[in-house]
Design a protein around this ligand. Sequence first.
Ligand SMILES: NC(=O)c1ccc[n+]([C@@H]2O[C@H](COP(=O)([O-])OP(=O)(O)OC[C@H]3O[C@@H](n4cnc5c(N)ncnc54)[C@H](OP(=O)(O)O)[C@@H]3O)[C@@H](O)[C@H]2O)c1
Length: 341
Amino acid sequence: MSPTNRAAWLPAPNEKLEIRPSEFVKPGPGEILIKNKAVSINPVDFYFQDGYSPTGKPRILGQDVAGEVVEVGEGATDFAQGRRVLAHVVGLGTGRPQDSGFQEYSIAPALSTCPIPDDMSFEQATVLPLAISTAAHGLFSSEYLGLPLPRHTVQDTGKTLLVWGAASSVGCVAVQLAVAAGVNVVATASQKNFDFCRQLGASEVFDYNSPSVVGDLTAALQKRDVIGAYDAISKRDTQLNTAQVLAQLGGGKLAVTLPPVDEIPATVTATGVYAVNIILNGKDKAIGHAIWHDFLPGALKSGQIKPMPKPLVFGHGLETLQGALDKLRAGVSALKVVVTL
Ligand SMILES: NC(=O)c1ccc[n+]([C@@H]2O[C@H](COP(=O)([O-])OP(=O)(O)OC[C@H]3O[C@@H](n4cnc5c(N)ncnc54)[C@H](OP(=O)(O)O)[C@@H]3O)[C@@H](O)[C@H]2O)c1
């Protein structure tokens, strides 16, 4: 008899999560069935709760899981039963309930699943998956910043990247992946997170709250060979500020994590990333494979990629997910809200 499964369902936009049964689904080709031990919360989860609903149907939220492999589908033979893994689950892209994270068992693509090193907890591991795919899409796709792929032995490119919002989940990974690609990173964060961003690998950090931040960044970057900018936050003001820096340097490429705003200067090409693309979209899947399969397992094991920001464990059990969503909605600084299961 198959085990039962339970999920935190969003019945409809603007309603609270409800704990109800969900289907226990076996993995198909290239898929892995994971028993979740920790899941993390992302802004997109509360965007759905706050009204965004392409289908209007009840749905399960959750993009990041860490847990144990229960069963593998055809071709997913790299992952033995019982193996500890982290995964970016792609229900946002497929629309299937089994592909989301806020449940006891999830289906993950083998392509976006990676072993967890022995010295890393499930709570630490679950901070990474969506941020990895989001950062990688913008950094490495040729339509975005087109950085060389990251390497375990870093080769300096002589280039510099601006990362706006380096203390965010996406920013933390963007800094680390860019450094592994041999790119010097200049970042923005709140002053209290300067040391944190330097530990991630940023060479210089500027306070985004300073009224002179655009001018200060422009002055610092004028001496550098700038490859572009990654705005991990992508609110209107951060897009315009980041674009303004690039424009004052003569223009360039800007990767944004939300749709580009209208008023970007003409010399700046702003493109919106979509994390799921490097897992599901034919032409971007090569990046997914290069990052998730070739680079990440070794980089996690060696500590080249650290599970940052640190987990803030909000509670245990599906019942605590609504409170965890509310916690993230209220805002965090250099922390990832996590629930253990
Ligand atoms: N397109 C996609 O596929 C995709 C995927 C994932 C996320 N996203 C989007 O990416 C954005 C970031 O997500 P996240 O999970 O990384 O967020 P997060 O971890 O919740 O971000 C929190 C951090 O944002 C920083 N921050 C807030 N306002 C800032 C500003 N004006 N300038 C610089 N930093 C600022 C804060 O830094 P300090 O503490 O230093 O103040 C804080 O630490 C969200 O809008 C999310 O929806 C998109």
